[in-house]
Design a protein. Sequence first.
Length: 446
Amino acid sequence: MSSPAEGKLSAPPVAPASGGEHFAVALDGVTKRFGKTTALDDVSLMVRRGELMTLLGPSGCGKTTLLNLVAGFLIPDSGEIAIAGRRMTDVPAYRREIGIMFQNYALFPHMSVAANVGYGLRMRRIAKAEIARRVGEALALVKLAGLEDRKPRQLSGGQQQRVALARALVIRPQVLLLDEPFSALDRNLRASMQVELKEIQRKLGVTAIFVTHDQSEALSLSDRIAVIADGRIRQLDTPDEIYRHPLDRFVASFIGDANVLRARLERIDGAVATVVLGAARVAVPARTLQGGAVGDPVDLFVRPEGLCVAENEAAAAVHGLVAAQIYQGGHIDLYVEVPQAVSGRVLLRVPSHEGASLRPPGTRIAIALAADAAVAFRAACLSEAAVGFVRRTRDPTAPASDHPFAVGEDLAPAQNADRAPQSSWPKWVFFHECVDDIWAFCFDDP
């Protein structure tokens, strides 16, 4: 890890953790309950010195609880918390040297900007001359020099946010905690403040833990992201790795836009699996298909940029009818009705210069997949018992390929009745339940 960049405000040194690597914050097996509700369940997390770690998840997942535990506002029911290599599990918040930026900024309305920023220094009984110097540096850092005497009500929302940030940084915290600080800002101001926060954090080299439910915010700001659901960390990795290689269905669905397509597992060769989608064979990571067998139905997750309009039929994976076009400036969102899609439609993003008039609604198009652009998971709610039933025929020794209806095919009974002699084969219809991406089987065994 490189040393912090030079700046007038600097982060304090962080003690190295065991193993030689520097960690600013370490949580080990932390659990927190509120009555019968488990907010965090055996969570372990190591935040490196100088990194911006984002806690990302839906409302109620436990991310703010985790932030409050680090801040000292809550005490864990079990587990340990360390900051800068020192145990802080039961140390009160005011002794943790934590800077925090609240969602509502929490500025004192009767105090000036300078008084708000210097409040933490006064509580630490820092000399007045030193307070004035550090407050001036902090306000210059957040581009508020000259506004020292204004009251919060005389500032815009973005300026109030900068005051809150300066107040958190002026005490030179060991860790900066940010609890959804951009949620009250409009889109353009939010984007500009994200850039400024990243620049300031990099300049000071301060360790930051950022809480948000905004996926684009997390992807653009973070060094690493901890995706949290139901009180557990589902995946911890870089933004690119989480976006391109999610480890489970929740992460794949929660991060960014994803098209989910019905496919079939053809084979697994070491770390790579091959799934069949229409006429195409798609290579995907095998680690997300553990326990699957050849012929099993799978859900293929593909980002909108991983799909494109095929230039020729040979490259096509699926076909569909254009349902709608949404102009987005630099690109066009193209919604296409595709039978293999979970929701019935897929989303493609095509450059706007290609022209919307080339593919008006109702146009039939061929769709291809980009290389290394997909990840597959076993069909949702596909229990081992269901898999066994699907594979079983009246001849227990018959291979999966001999089934009258191949696993994963989307077949209508009326159209394929001639393929299922009722006297010797069980009748079963495979269909997909779109709601919540749940695959289901209906059986009618005579």
